[in-house]
Design a protein around this ligand. Structure first.
Ligand SMILES: Cc1cc2nc3c(=O)[nH]c(=O)nc-3n(C[C@H](O)[C@H](O)[C@H](O)COP(=O)(O)OP(=O)(O)OC[C@H]3O[C@@H](n4cnc5c(N)ncnc54)[C@H](O)[C@@H]3O)c2cc1C
Length: 476
């Protein structure tokens, strides 16, 4: 029999806690998957290493009861799990991944496996981050068209939650919309190929995603401009104007808005517009937009106006994501999606709640970020094309404070949308107050179809916890 540590990668786990230090993998130093009662992990360097390890565990009758795959571990929620500590009266208490889980750390699977410059497709190991991928593609003159505000996420992990960028059409969609196929490994060590795009928002429940084939495009540069508008009255003109601009100008790439919460009377807003640049030296910026002047860069602040490779321009330069990692438990993210046709009503509902006291200002010092996400055809995408929605307005919330403080803000937001009968969904990888199964309840018919596919791919139910938010939705 082989030694107990044979499946341990020489490296430690890449992350022992998630991005904001609220979910922990209990320390796994010195134990292996063969030690039943301790939490254990595998950090495979390839699909075959993963398959061999799982098959060997099965031969030894040590089939893992439960498996969880971790990408860059940047999510704030894992709705397929029942995290220890969840649901108790101490929401600030760090939650732990239950020790019955075999944790698959994907950070060792970070290579490009195949690149086809003719068909513009690339096959990658699922643990590669968008940042690594973008940098490696650049050398070949290629690019990923669709990047989120945080390119440090992995290609496999981003598609687990329906991660999106901001913009319109291809650029602003769910990242998994650029996928062509995925390979997954189940608890028996079987490799299966998924080509049905409806399954690409996989929620971590279809098995370990080991490789992904996706489209790429020629390398491009972007220039960002930012215009400040004195009050919220311009919001609708701006929203519509920005998209008219999009239709009229081929170089238009994406837009995003940030609404100030401090000035309750006017709620001035900044509109960020990204256009395709000819190269890194293209510094010709449109001086006004719908009558508003260009915001000037100040020393030490986020850069408002600049040009660079697309992967330098698209990340959000304001929030904690670009600064030092905050103290554990003090930074959180939540994100709600509303049909863009209800954007104005939803923003006004949000602001009238925010204006009631000072707590929103404290929790959201960088304001209300509004992004635009085109709908897609994936069953479990939080921005799926349901009820004819073509475009979603995303309320992207970078929240500072304790979990209890944040919970009370989220409760008020969800309530103010419900009171006005504004339907909304939420990001799978971020916080919500009522639970993902409730907030994303409108996906329940799709969840049934997803569940059928899940059971075929994972007949051992190794990737889904009974009683988790997702399980509630699958059986509702
Ligand atoms: C600072 C910051 C900024 C962000 N900005 C954005 C943004 O602009 N837009 C947006 O939509 N989201 C954003 N997010 C959320 C983030 O993109 C998602 O939570 C994303 O899913 C995280 O990817 P990851 O690689 O860290 O995966 P993880 O957080 O490790 O995992 C995410 C899910 O996928 C599963 N999983 C991971 N890898 C695999 C795999 N290989 N096989 C099977 N299952 C797997 C996990 O079990 C989990 O369910 C941001 C997060 C942070 C921390």
């Amino acid at each position: 029999m082989q030694g107990a540590n044979e499946y341990m990668s020489p490296n430690e786990l890449q992350h022992e806690s998630n991005f904001n230090g609220t979910i922990f993998i209990k320390s796994s130093k010195g134990c292996s998957p063969l030690e039943r009662d301790k939490i254990s992990y595998i950090r495979p360097a390839s699909q075959s290493e993963l398959v061999d390890a799982i098959k060997r565990l099965n031969e030894l009758n040590r089939t893992p009861q439960k498996i969880v795959t971790v990408g860059a571990f940047s999510s704030f929620e894992f709705p397929q799990l029942n995290l220890v500590g969840q649901g108790d009266d101490q929401p600030d208490y760090p939650r732990k991944i239950n020790s019955k889980y075999l944790v698959i750390d994907m950070s060792g699977m970070n290579k490009i496996l195949h690149l086809d410059k003719i068909s513009l497709t690339v096959t990658v190991e699922a643990g590669i981050t968008y940042w690594e991928l973008a940098n490696q593609l650049r050398v070949k003159g290629l690019a990923v068209a669709n990047l989120s505000a945080y390119p440090e996420v992995t290609v496999g992990g981003g598609s687990g939650t329906g991660t999106h960028g901001s913009g319109y059409a291809f650029h602003g969609k769910n990242q998994a919309d650029q996928f062509i196929s995925m390979e997954v490994v189940n608890a028996r060590g079987e490799v299966q190929r998924i080509v049905d795009p409806r399954l690409f928002t996989h929620l971590g429940v279809l098995g370990v995603v080991t490789s992904i084939t996706m489209r790429c495009i020629p390398m491009f540069y972007l220039k960002q401009t930012c215009y400040e508008f004195p009050d919220l009255d311009t919001f609708d003109n701006l929203r519509i104007g920005a998209f008219r601009e999009l239709a009229d100008n081929e170089d238009f790439y994406s837009t995003m808005m940030r609404i100030d919460l401090v000035d309750k009377r006017h709620h001035p807003l900044k509109c960020y517009i990204r256009r395709v640049a000819t190269d890194a030296n293209d510094h010709e910026y449109q001086p006004t937009f719908l009558g508003a002047p260009l915001v000037k860069n100040e020393d030490g602040e986020e850069p408002f106006v600049f040009t660079g490779p697309y992967y330098d321009v698209l990340p959000d330069h304001t929030t904690a994501s670009r600064k030092k990692i905050p103290e554990p438990g003090t930074y959180h993210q939540a994100e709600y999606f509303v049909d863009n046709r209800l954007a104005s009503e939803a923003v006004h509902a949000f602001l009238s709640e925010a204006d009631k006291d000072h707590s929103f200002i404290e929790a959201l010092p960088t304001g209300l970020k509004c992004r635009f996400v085109s709908s897609d055809d994936q069953w479990m995408s939080p921005t799926a094309k349901i009820d004819g929605v073509a475009l979603y307005l995303a309320f992207q919330l970078s929240l500072y404070g304790s979990r209890a403080e944040i919970d009370s803000i989220l409760k008020r937001i969800e309530q103010c949308f419900s009171d006005r009968k504004i339907e909304f969904s939420c990001h799978w990888g971020k916080l919500c107050r009522q639970g993902h199964a409730t907030v994303n309840g409108k996906f329940k018919d799709r969840a049934k179809a997803m569940n059928v596919a899940r059971i075929q791919l994972d007949p051992d139910n190794a990737f889904l916890d009974v009683g988790s938010e997702l399980a509630k939705l699958f059986v509702s």
